[in-house]
Design a protein around this ligand. Structure first.
Ligand code: HAM
Length: 403
């Protein structure tokens, strides 16, 4: 994609205003939703993620960037660190929070289209909030954010429930018992996962494994009454709000801290990396990172901002507001006076390459997505006027100028 070239997986944002605009829209949305902004460090202790995200997950086992001679890593994600920060602030004594964060995350993955080693996440975490209404509120809100961003119709919301730890264990045992006699039909990675992390077999892209998993036992059938009631309550709230979703029994998420409701917003466009946002409930995370022995109900999501931009670039050509000022040689003092007075009124003015061919300057305005051009030539300078041209319609008008 032209505005962030990335051979190494580390990104040069050469036209970052689209990213900035997206971040602004996310911040404004999170304020409307009642989230407050937190800024957390880029560096955290390795064992926070080993315990929180899980030592056997790809993110922790294979993808963390370690800092030399320390036990620290560049953060691969924001949920474990938000929980660490909340516990450090006093935890239950500090009270419930709704936090929003935005910034780079680092994963040592093999770079490809849509997959970077440094990428931007916008995320929200609601800590000390019970399952149910708050989860539905967040998902409905996210739906509306994607409508605002112009990409909702390109996304599908996949949801699943992972139940409680005990329910998941019973399911895991049943899945292993069902798969073991059929192990030779699994791909090599899934065969390894059969002993290390059997639920992740659902993530396999191998056609043979996927065909086999079509008939595998489903986690939903191992839920107790309470988990089922919660699941039905959340899906019922989504139905009432008219949010379309798809129940994906194979959606297990690659991070260990989840329980209960999990979700992914994926684009059905043909992209190698199609998850645009993901999240879920993680009531056990506080305990696994040393925050006492009681569950702390919590729920959150993170959006991959580069992936939103990739979806947007196919829907809209972003039009920049403000003016592009085109001026003939010898008119520079007058042009600068015009630019200054427009800017004092709060308008953006981008100065063209004063003195070069007017048509070339106008082409430049079009190239950078600007619609309105202010033209200053000898006649305008003499008459203290300027010409405003709308590049979208081709119409132009000459107006008077007083500083
Ligand atoms: P995640 O699924 O690992 O979840 O990442 C969330 C989103 O970040 C993905 O859906 C994707 O859009 C983006 N993303 C992940 N890896 C890359 C990459 N290498 N390059 C570009 N974009 C990427 C989490 O990180 C959880 N902390 C989400 C969460 C928050 N769960 C609860 N609260």
């Amino acid at each position: 994609m032209e505005n962030f070239a990335s051979q190494t997986g580390f990104t040069d944002y050469l036209a970052a205003s689209a990213l900035q605009q997206l971040e602004n829209q996310c911040w404004q949305w999170s304020e409307r939703m009642g989230y407050s902004q937190v800024r957390l460090p880029f560096v955290e202790a390795r064992n926070l993620f080993e315990r929180g995200v899980g030592g056997g997950t790809d993110v922790v086992e294979k993808e963390m960037f370690a800092l030399q001679n320390t036990e620290n890593v560049l953060r691969p994600e924001g949920t474990a660190q938000a929980m660490r920060a909340w516990l450090a602030a006093g935890g239950v004594r500090y009270g419930p929070v709704r936090w929003a964060y935005c910034g780079p995350m680092f994963r040592n993955e093999r770079p490809q289209a849509g997959r970077f080693r440094q990428f931007q996440q916008f995320g929200c975490e609601a800590i000390l909030m019970k399952e149910g209404t708050a989860d539905a509120d967040m998902l409905i809100g996210l739906n509306d954010l994607f409508v605002d961003l112009g990409i909702r119709e390109k996304l599908v919301l996949n949801i699943n429930t992972l139940g409680t730890t005990a329910e998941r264990k019973r399911y895991r045992d049943a899945l292993v018992a069902w798969l073991t006699p059929k192990a030779s039909l699994l791909d090599a990675t899934s065969q390894k996962r059969l002993t290390s992390n059997p639920l992740r077999i659902w993530d396999s892209k191998d056609a043979g494994t996927r065909a086999l998993m079509m008939n595998a036992p489903r986690l939903l059938d191992f839920l107790g009454a309470e988990s089922l009631t919660q699941w039905k309550a959340v899906t019922g709230l989504l139905d009432t709000a008219g949010i379309s979703y798809n129940i994906d029994n194979g959606l297990m998420r690659g991070l260990d801290y989840y329980n209960g409701l999990v979700f992914e917003w994926v684009t059905f466009e043909d992209k190698a990396q199609n998850a645009v946002a993901a999240g879920g409930r993680y009531d056990g995370l506080a305990e696994t990172i040393g925050g006492g022995s009681a569950p702390v109900p919590a729920f959150g999501f993170a959006i991959g901002l580069e992936r939103v931009l990739a979806c947007q670039s196919n829907v809209l050509r972003t039009e920049r507001s403000g003016y592009f000022l085109v001026a003939m040689a010898g008119c520079d003092a007058y042009a600068l006076q015009i630019a200054r007075s427009y800017r004092m009124l709060g308008e953006m003015v981008v100065l063209g390459d004063v003195g070069s061919k007017l048509t070339k300057q106008v082409q430049r305005a079009d190239k950078i997505g600007m619609r309105y051009v202010l033209i200053v030539g000898d006649a305008e300078q003499t008459n203290r006027t300027l010409t405003v041209k709308d590049l979208a319609t081709g119409q132009q008008e000459t107006i008077g100028f007083t500083a």
